[in-house]
Design a protein around this ligand. Structure first.
Ligand code: GLU
Length: 408
């Protein structure tokens, strides 16, 4: 998917073949074995990955995913998307992504700590505040980042908070980082409502995924007055046309680790949820949820992509024909997370910390700028919002590579 999207834009921009290879092929790809002692005394070996897509604009940046589907190809695609995302928002980074093929729900806290520390140790010469800066992604959180930071710091002999972002605030994390991705989704969906002339107090939203991105996006939309009529997680969803009680739902999910069984609405499957009539549809879970099979059936006005790669290129072709749907593409829609990660890194390097209103204000300025540039280009060149966002990102990396030239 990432390569297909790149090729389409490279054709559009008429990027010469030699330059395409340089832009496409990941700079560094690392696969490591991560052996740990399980709590029962047995030994298990997990596979870990880190891909750094390009190094032309600064260190690389991107999340670490702990999920049973993690493999090298997925990580490489996600790293490429991080590159265009960082370039679109003008962050001084190349893209990266990594992770461990494991199911964090089936590991105890002590096992998760051993996986995280051993994985960090295996990739230690590949990361660093000037080299590559990991962050949370699916299946990882502030605690994971604290363990990574500690493992790296013990190796160096002093505290290095700038090696990862998304840490607990007490350890050099940034206020507002945890909420940043979902808050950005809410902000941009609200901007899209302005563009379409929709009134937020009369709008409805459906959110797929109730993790860090989906849950905060739902709360953030609700704060703009939007009614959240359905949400789901990997185990199923809940639907209530009158609007869900998000506070009760959040409490239920904290207690039960899943939405399944929440009494405040009717049961609904993930497939049905995506096809509900609504103003804003927020896929905030896995890749490839909107496909050639269901793209004609989605019934939203705004598709706000909280996840990375939720829409396949086949689905894009169908959605491009459906002019009533306004797409906020993933590399724009979920970029709030990496933007505040950048703020966290800057604060760590300076050892000087900002308050929440400074963080949120600076975040919204960057998102506003990226949104306006994407919308303007999309209208001027009569291309989709996704193509416009990719053009801006890819063009910047291409120009940077041209200016730096080729060594030797
Ligand atoms: N994992 C997040 C993403 O996909 C955040 C990356 C970061 O903060 O570096 O954008």
């Amino acid at each position: 998917m990432a390569c297909q999207q790149f090729d389409l834009v490279a054709d559009y921009l008429q990027i010469p073949t030699d330059d395409r290879e340089r832009l496409k092929v990941p700079k560094r790809s690392l696969t490591v074995a991560v052996p740990i002692h399980r709590d029962d005394g047995s030994t298990q070996v997990f596979q870990g990955y880190r891909v750094q897509h390009h190094l032309s604009l600064g260190p690389t940046k991107g999340g670490m995913r702990f999920h049973p589907d993690v493999e090298l190809g997925e990580v490489a695609a996600l790293a490429m998307w991080m590159s265009w995302k960082c370039a679109l928002t003008n962050l001084p980074y190349g893209g990266a992504k990594g992770g461990v093929n494991c199911d964090p729900r089936k590991l105890s806290v002590t096992e998760l700590e051993r996986v995280t520390r051993r994985f960090t140790q295996e990739i230690i010469s590949f990361i660093g505040p000037q080299v590559d800066i990991p962050a949370p992604d699916m299946g990882t959180n502030e605690q994971t980042m604290a363990w990574m930071m500690d493992t790296y710091s013990v190796h160096m002999g002093y505290s290095v908070p700038g090696v990862v972002t998304g840490k607990p605030v007490l350890l050099g994390g940034s206020v507002g980082r945890r909420e940043a991705t979902g808050r950005g989704v809410g902000y941009l969906a609200n901007r899209a409502m302005d563009v379409l002339g929709l009134e937020s107090s009369k709008a409805t939203a459906v959110v797929q995924g109730f993790g860090n991105v989906g849950s905060v996006a739902a709360f953030s939309l609700a704060r703009f007055g939007v009614k959240i009529i359905a949400v789901s997680d990997a185990f199923g969803g809940v639907y209530n046309q009158a609007g869900l009680d998000l506070i009760a739902l959040d409490k239920y999910v904290t207690a039960n680790r899943s939405i399944a069984g929440f009494p405040g609405g009717d049961l609904i499957s993930n497939e049905q949820l995506l096809e509900l009539q609504c103003d804003i549809l927020v896929p905030a879970a896995m890749e490839r949820q909107i496909t050639g099979a269901n793209a004609a059936k989605i019934k939203c006005r705004i598709l706000a992509e909280g996840a990375n790669g939720p829409t396949t290129p086949e689905a894009d072709k169908i959605i491009d024909q459906r002019e009533e749907i306004f797409v906020i593409p993933d590399i724009l829609c979920n970029s709030g997370g990496v933007v505040v990660s950048y703020f966290e890194w800057v604060q760590d390097l300076q050892s000087f910390f900002w308050n929440e209103s400074e963080v949120v204000d600076k975040l919204f300025r960057i998102l506003e700028n990226a949104f306006t540039q994407t919308l303007t280009l999309s209208r001027k060149n009569k291309v989709s919002m996704r193509t416009a966002a990719l053009i801006l990102g890819i063009q910047r990396v291409h120009q940077a590579k041209k200016m730096r030239g080729l060594f030797p």
